[in-house]
Write a protein that binds this ligand. Structure first.
Ligand SMILES: N=c1c2ncn([C@@H]3O[C@H](COP(=O)(O)OP(=O)(O)OP(=O)(O)O)[C@@H](O)[C@H]3O)c2ncn1[C@@H]1O[C@H](COP(=O)(O)O)[C@@H](O)[C@H]1O
Length: 107
């Protein structure tokens, strides 16, 4: 599966969990707990990412960044935002820097 498809399909699942009973799934439970609980998870996962990087364990870094990204995706959904909003912002920034790099390149 292509990586952008993973994000899109996961976003659809996260959206569907808004209609689910709180005790039916991890994400539904997190929505029910509210914004502060989601933000707390993001803080925890960010700290775990830092610790994994300090330990210098590549597999652990990937695992913790996946947890961090996942919980930021839950936040986006809870705020009625979509991963594309972030990807579009990154693309916009990349477009600007890409143009700057091109302008600075010798002809
Ligand atoms: N990608 C994930 C994913 N990554 C991490 N997690 C959960 O995030 C939590 C990570 O927190 P911790 O490492 O602190 O572990 P924990 O101690 O169990 O967490 P807490 O109970 O303290 O919150 C774990 O419970 C993981 O199961 C995820 N839970 C779900 N997904 C995806 O989200 C979809 C919907 O999930 P459900 O709503 O659970 O069906 C699933 O199909 C998956 O694709």
């Amino acid at each position: 599966m292509k990586n952008d498809t993973v994000l899109t399909q996961l976003a659809e699942v996260l959206e569907s969990r808004k209609q689910a009973a709180p005790d039916s799934s991890y994400v539904a439970k997190l929505y029910a707990k509210g914004l502060d609980a989601i933000l707390k998870k993001i803080g925890e996962e960010a700290t775990e990412t830092v610790m994994a990087a300090k330990d210098g364990e590549p597999d652990k870094i990937v695992y913790e960044v996946a947890d961090l990204w996942f919980h930021t995706l839950v936040l986006l959904a809870q705020q009625n935002l979509h991963p594309d909003d972030v990807l579009n912002e990154l693309a916009r920034r990349f477009g600007i820097s890409g143009l700057e790099e091109k302008a600075n390149r010798p002809a």
